[in-house]
Design a protein around this ligand. Structure first.
Ligand code: ADP
Ligand code: MG
Length: 505
């Protein structure tokens, strides 16, 4: 089935998220939509799936104009979607989730639970999905939950399958398997809209590529295009994807963590007996599929988690659980995963945000008040050094783009006399140009003798920056391996498979 969009426009207030988008997805084609975070990909696909209504524009399937007012309309027209954030009911079984909420379907009519079970097993077998229809969804790993969403679309006979950033939650091996299954589906005639920002995957699986930037289609390409060409299209200027990094000069251990456990409020253990150290002049990267305890570990180190056991020493100073200020004063810089929530105060100016942790120290504090001239002058210097693109340092932080917010956080955190930089997903959602800048700064920190602990779910980032790699799975560090470890081995570790420790089967 072919899908054609013409002139799709959608605004949220003054923001034009989709601006006259034309897209033609051919019959039995894998069509990649490539674009940076915020480019408008999910908005466009939510329109096609009936979750949002466009301000203008048309959708047609096999040349026939469609009116899609809800996901049921989309499903009835043969359009299925797997969302970036899954839409399953966690306490229901797989089969119940598949029956749920889709009364209208062109093939099965009202789907009975028993029919659903049979269909799940049929599709599971065909694609080697290995999904138990009676499993409770919340007990399943995310990779399997995604399969449930794919199965649901296939059972409802989707002829166009939309996958919104499906690989974000997968290990490299799971990603390879998904790409193989996408090709299998395509070969049977299903059209696939594959949304991603990962160039490697686009080159591997796509038949055609449409690149979106700031709500507009800026070009189309074939998978034979180089990664540099694709990245340049995404960003709108020439881009180098190489990270330049010399050999590391290790010093003394700076951060020592032993037998650290983190619990949630219900007593569930999210980080399990984690021990490691990071040396001066070293980048230790923590790799893993998202949701395996990395965020909680990072937060525990800076004192943002409250149910913690075990020991943390920063250059000999014992850091007590919950001791944020203590950790900062002992020389920890922290770049949080969520800049909007933890990194910046949106209603403060850029200049004020640059001194959030320092405002009660000289030279900024004069008695009990801030010296506005010094605050502003320092801000000008930082903004230049960290290439923050803003009209004025007196603008509110909320006016900055994601990449520039991240630069402000980095500028603030690295302007203190720190001993270790703990950075959690520091490039998530940034444009390729900002990513380049952040990577250079992280390497510069290492080269100036600081320790760096980098949490990243992007394997490319881990491999290009790390001196050693710790892999987290299910709350544990299941191995710490050299930086030149193969992707394949890293992928197995990310899935919790450590052959070295495996007992004979
Ligand atoms: N419901 C919404 N209300 C307001 N703004 C939104 C909404 N959904 C998306 N946006 C904005 O629209 C833009 C495009 O978002 P999105 O389509 O999610 O991008 P992508 O999927 O390419 O990362 C972003 O600036 C985002 O903040
Ligand atoms: Mg999206």
């Amino acid at each position: 089935m072919s899908l054609e969009l013409k002139g799709i426009t959608k605004s949220f207030g003054s923001l034009v998220a989709n601006d006259g988008i034309d897209l033609a997805v051919g019959d039995g084609e894998i069509h990649a939509i490539l674009g940076e975070n915020g480019a408008g990909k999910s908005t466009l696909m939510n329109i096609v799936y009936g979750l949002l209504s466009p301000d203008s524009g048309t959708i047609s399937v096999d040349g026939k104009l469609l009116e899609i007012k809800s996901p049921s309309d989309a499903l009835a027209a043969g359009i299925g979607m797997v969302h970036q954030h899954f839409m399953l009911v966690p306490v229901f079984t797989v089969a119940e989730n598949i029956v749920l909420g889709h009364e209208k379907s062109n093939r099965l009519g009202l789907l009975e639970l028993e029919t659903a079970r049979i269909e799940i097993e049929r599709v599971s077998k065909e694609f080697n999905f290995d999904v138990d229809p009676d499993a409770i969804v919340e007990t399943l790993p995310v990779g399997i939950q995604q399969r449930v969403e794919i199965i649901r679309a296939l059972i409802y006979d989707a002829k166009v399958l939309i996958l919104d950033e499906p690989t974000a939650v997968l290990t490299p091996q799971e990603t390879d398997e998904l790409l193989r299954n996408m090709k299998k589906l395509r070969d049977k005639g299903t059209s696939i809209v594959f949304i991603t920002h990962k160039l490697r995957e686009v080159q591997e699986a796509a038949d055609k590529i449409t690149v979106i930037r700031r709500g507009k289609v800026v070009g189309t390409a074939l998978p034979t295009a180089t990664q540099e060409e694709l990245a340049s299209l995404m960003v709108g200027r020439p881009i180098s994807l190489e990270v330049e990094k010399g050999p590391a000069k290790f010093g003394a251990p700076i951060l020592k963590v032993s037998k650290l456990n983190v619990f949630d409020t219900t007593g569930r253990r999210l980080v399990k007996d984690v021990s490691f150290e990071v040396k001066a002049g070293e980048i230790l990267a923590v790799a893993g599929v998202q949701g395996n305890g990395q965020s909680e570990l990072a937060e525990a180190l800076i004192g943002l988690q409250h149910h913690v056991t075990g020991e943390i020493f920063l250059d000999g100073t014992h850091i007590k659980p919950g001791g944020v200020r203590e950790a900062l004063r002992a020389g920890m810089a922290f770049v949080p995963e969520s800049r909007e929530l933890d990194g910046l105060i949106a209603s403060f100016t850029i200049a004020e945000n640059l001194i959030l942790d320092l405002h009660d120290l000289p030279p900024f504090a004069k008695g009990i008040s801030l010296d506005p001239k010094i605050v502003a002058d320092q801000a000008e210097i930082r903004v230049k050094e960290f290439d923050v693109r803003a009209q004025s340092v007196q603008d509110h932080a909320s006016s900055l783009s994601g990449g520039n917010k991240q630069k402000v956080v980095l500028a603030r955190e690295l302007s203190r006399p720190v001993k270790i930089l703990v950075a959690s997903q520091p490039t998530r959602g940034l444009d390729v140009g900002s990513i380049e800048f952040v990577h250079e700064r992280i390497i510069a920190e290492r080269d100036s003798g600081r320790a760096v602990l980098l949490f990243s779910t992007e394997l490319d980032e881990v491999v290009s920056l790390a001196d050693r790699i710790a892999v987290m799975f299910s709350g544990e560090i299941i191995a710490i391996v050299p930086a030149d470890t193969s992707r394949e081995k890293l992928g197995l570790l990310m899935a919790g498979i450590n052959n070295e420790n495996a007992k004979s089967a």
